[in-house]
Design a protein around this ligand. Structure first.
Ligand code: ZN
Ligand code: ZN
Length: 289
């Protein structure tokens, strides 16, 4: 392979890596070792560009890995700002390092407030001793409105849609090189109704990462908690012609053994369905092939 062929291969690489797959609260302990206990954080590599979705405690671990790379840059897309999706920021070491560059995006806060103000509340006394200003010029904050399209580069386009969640949340579709992945967390569904916002966003995509906090029995008791089910994930994936489904945002009560059972049951209903696991990497080009 020549050097230019090698570069061409690298430039079309499209990978997803899970750094935190848990919903609501971190779950350290002997029963969560295999699937992981960190809260939501997903890394998406598009050619040479890095996108991070959500900043739960998984972001801290990703930050440690990034510190080995030298100067780093990323767009960070936030589904919303509930604690389990932002609590990694105070411990995201690269954000404190001059020379790094981060653009953080949120689409659920306008007009009442902004992303910078909201993260500023998280990182302020007496909740946390280091203020948001410590991130300095290397971190920029962008507010948009759900439904807007974001252009991260000539090659990377992001579609967004409002989800169904208390205080709102935004779903993303990241398009790169003729392929796409979607991140749909956190959201609930309405029994017997189809969320067309979601179906339109995920139609024909290679991968959907979906809020599968509950099963149908649990959901019947908690329809207004703002979370969905793995059964609904499969229904939507079928309806929208999704190639691969990743069940995500696991309930803190789920043990590794519970998630093994879920993985087997879901894969039987829809072959290829996987239960997202910390450290797992997916090659989107391989899914598309
Ligand atoms: Zn959550
Ligand atoms: Zn939430």
């Amino acid at each position: 392979m020549t050097e230019s062929e090698g570069k061409a291969v690298a430039d079309t690489a499209f990978h997803v890596r899970f750094w935190g797959v848990r919903g609501s609260v971190p779950t350290p302990g002997a029963n969560t070792v295999r699937y992981g206990g960190n809260t939501s954080c997903v890394e998406v590599l598009c050619g040479g560009r890095r996108i991070i979705i959500d900043g739960g405690t998984g972001l801290r671990v990703l930050g440690q890995a990034m510190m080995k790379e030298g100067a780093v840059e990323a767009d960070i897309l936030l589904s919303h700002t509930h604690l389990d999706h932002i609590e990694g920021f105070p411990f995201f070491v690269p954000a404190f390092g001059a020379g790094n560059q981060f653009r953080i995006w949120a689409g659920h806060l306008l007009p009442e407030t902004t992303l910078e103000k909201t993260l500023g509340r998280l990182m302020s006394a007496p909740l946390f001793p280091v203020p948001l200003e410590a991130f300095g010029q290397q971190v920029r904050y962008y507010d948009f409105r759900a439904g807007d399209r974001l252009i991260l580069s000539d090659a990377i386009r992001v579609k967004t849609a409002m989800l169904d969640h208390p205080n709102d949340a935004v779903g993303y579709r990241i398009e790169f090189g003729g392929r796409s992945i979607c991140y749909i967390s956190d959201t609930c569904h309405r029994a017997g109704q189809t969320n067309h916002n979601i179906v339109n966003l995920i139609r024909g995509t290679e991968l959907v990462i979906y809020d599968s906090m509950f099963n149908e029995v649990e959901f019947a008791d908690r329809p207004h908690w703002g979370h969905s089910t793995w059964e609904e994930a499969i229904r939507l994936a079928q309806l929208a012609g999704v190639k691969r489904l990743a069940l995500f945002h696991h309930d803190p009560i789920r043990s590794d053994d519970d998630l093994d059972v879920l993985a087997a049951t879901a894969a039987e209903l829809r072959p290829g369905t996987l239960v997202a696991k910390e450290g797992q990497t997916l090659d989107i080009c391989a899914i598309a092939a």
